[in-house]
Write a protein that binds this ligand. Structure first.
Ligand code: PHE
Length: 341
């Protein structure tokens, strides 16, 4: 029996064949296993005679299988070493790389520009209560601006008993900052805002950046200088021209809409010069009622605020034409416009 197993083991060409031999000999119903079981049925003398033989057979076959297994594995390794080569001089396969979304890129650019001007970043919740989003900003219950802003309402009610809203602008961060901090205040607040509006230039979610400065002797002149400095730095051109038009926001008085001049370059409209104008932001001097609503004395503190669309700034700077493409998640678009890091 040993000779037969030795021969079968020697003949096994691969690990699978060898395992077949192992099962046939030592498996649950293998031949050697059967022999071991038969020991129980023998009388004492026969068992004394047979047991050592069967045990040594089992040991010999077990060892032979282990030796063959090692040999087969060694051969397999040799074969792979001989056939598989790693050429370290070959160029590596290109792994897909992420890129920075243009909105994130522009938010970073804006944050850096304003950091240089001494502004820090403030944040507020995207699900906002009615008071912070509207009332404290001097937008009363009946004000048409509430309808104007196409608000998404939540089922939940806020502390004031009114339904919570998805914030329609970043201006509530003005309120939260003034409630929390003693002036002087110099903050920007970039973030997501929501309005139920959708076409080529409007998406239900978009991004704004708010600016707020509160101090003792802040004037419209400071506002204009800040906006001019920021827009020149952002568009990286010295010929950026601003035009401030009187406007109305409930939370600023006086209020101004700010246009930036454009001109045609290589058949494309670019920011700079003044062949035409386009609106880029809303701004004004913070309304005394807003300052008072935050618990500050409007006779002591005053300042300016502005708000602008980050996505629109990105489109203008990088020549993109459909706002919706920003949020489609189309990797081809991302590859084209995304920023490598
Ligand atoms: N919150 C205004 C908007 O969303 C923008 C704005 C901010 C205007 C601050 C004036 C001052 O349109």
């Amino acid at each position: 029996l040993q000779a037969r197993f030795d021969q079968e083991i020697a003949a096994a060409a691969d690990l699978a064949a060898l395992d077949g031999v192992r099962v046939a000999a030592l498996g649950k119903s293998g031949e050697i296993t059967q022999l071991l079981k038969s020991l129980g049925k023998m009388d004492a003398d026969t068992r004394t005679a047979e047991a050592p033989k069967i045990h040594s057979l089992r040991e010999a076959v077990t060892d032979a299988i282990a030796a063959k297994k090692a040999a087969l594995e060694g051969a397999e390794l040799e074969r792979r070493l001989a056939t598989e080569r790693l050429d370290l001089s070959l160029p590596s396969a290109e792994a897909p790389r992420g890129s920075i979304h243009p909105v994130s890129q522009v938010m970073d650019e804006l944050t850096e520009i304003f950091a240089d001007l001494g502004f820090s970043v403030a944040e507020g919740p995207e699900i906002e209560d009615d008071w912070h989003n509207f009332s404290a900003l001097n937008i009363p219950e009946t004000h048409p601006a509430r309808a104007m802003q196409d608000t998404f309402y939540m089922d939940e009610k806020g502390e004031d008993g009114a339904p919570m809203v998805l914030r329609t602008h970043t201006s509530p961060v003005q309120i939260r900052t003034m409630q929390k901090k003693q002036p002087p205040i110099r903050i920007i607040a970039p973030g997501r805002v929501y309005r139920s509006d959708s076409d080529a230039t409007h998406t239900p979610m978009f991004h704004q950046i708010e600016g707020l400065v509160i101090d003792k002797a802040i004037t419209l002149g400071h506002l204009k200088w800040t906006l001019e400095t920021f827009l020149k730095a952002f568009f990286e051109r010295d010929d950026v021209v601003l035009r401030m038009r009187p406007s109305y926001f409930p939370f600023t008085e006086p209020s101004a809409e700010v246009d930036v001049g454009w001109s045609m370059e290589k058949g494309r409209r670019v920011v700079g010069g003044s062949e035409g104008w386009m609106e880029v932001l809303g701004s004004g001097m913070v309304h005394p009622k807003v300052i008072a609503a935050c618990g500050l004395d409007p006779d002591e503190w005053q300042g300016f605020a502005f708000g602008t669309g980050v996505d629109r700034l990105a489109m203008l700077k990088y020549g993109m034409d459909d706002l919706r493409a920003f949020f489609d998640g189309d990797l081809r678009w991302m590859k084209h416009y995304g920023f490598r890091f």
